[in-house]
Design a protein around this ligand. Sequence first.
Ligand SMILES: Cc1ncc(COP(=O)(O)O)c(C=O)c1O
Length: 329
Amino acid sequence: MAALHAAILATSIGPGERIVASRDLYGTTTGLLNTIFANQGIGIDFVDTGDLAAVERALGAGAGGPARVLLAETVSNPLLRVADLPALADLARGAGAHLLVDATFTPPVLLRPLEWGADLAIHSTTKYLSGHGDVLGGAVIARPDYAGPLQTVSRLVGGVPGPQEAWLTLRGLKTLPLRYERQCENAATIAHWLADHPAIAAVHYPGLPGHPNHALATRLFDPQYRDREPSGDGRRDTPHYGAVVAFAIRDADRDRVFRFIDRLDLCLPATSLGDIYTLVAYPAIASHRDLPPKARARVGIGDGLVRLSAGIEHVDDIIADLAQALDGG
Ligand SMILES: Cc1ncc(COP(=O)(O)O)c(C=O)c1O
């Protein structure tokens, strides 16, 4: 969160200017905008960043002053909608706004927003970059002209990592490509398995051909990483589409989801992601707990929806665990 705060301040936004932000940002980011920045006299407009015409309208001169920042996430939580970064970059440039992209769900081995026109990319290094669920941290990746303002903000505000966190993050980074490759392969296998399971009503994963942003993800996600040869066991024959999968348990209410999560043995209940262990989160009581049930259902987050962050365990073990928990009723 400190990295996001610093990145926004590094644009020199001030009172009388506006931030145009994606409607389905991580909840705490929405809170950051609505409190810290709104309290400074900065206008905040939320928009569906999948609707480019709406983004263009929002970036146009509004009552709240000129738009200085366009803020989106590379992949949304928990429905995994993929942002059209090159189109958003064109719109931001046309309006004289900085494009800031939270890339936490897509580490740089999969997607590098600056290559698609973003001005600043932000990562919660708590997730994939440190990778072991034992660090809180963040990073901003930006072109050199932002270095001065970023250093000034981090020095004055103090959002800097301690030595232990920095060391753990650097240590985690050494295995990022290996971990993430396995996590993506596991996620793809799990997504296909869930899609065929009778107890599952819907699976949200950009690697599934039916996902609304499948073609966009295929275009944006790193082709070098994507088009690598299959590994020896023949399992690896699809491109990588990230390591988070969301799925809806058919006709499930909260009790049914709680029973499913309680029965899991290998997969761990946790609100985080990007760990070497497979983590399962329940958006209705975690990331989206502040939304009333009807509003949640409208944005596609029903009471049966579960988010899974694939770990590096053997995929057969993860699937066996999911199978016994689903079959347990
Ligand atoms: C997309 C996104 N951005 C930012 C954050 C904040 O990260 P941290 O808790 O490391 O400050 C999170 C945390 O879940 C996240 O999912």
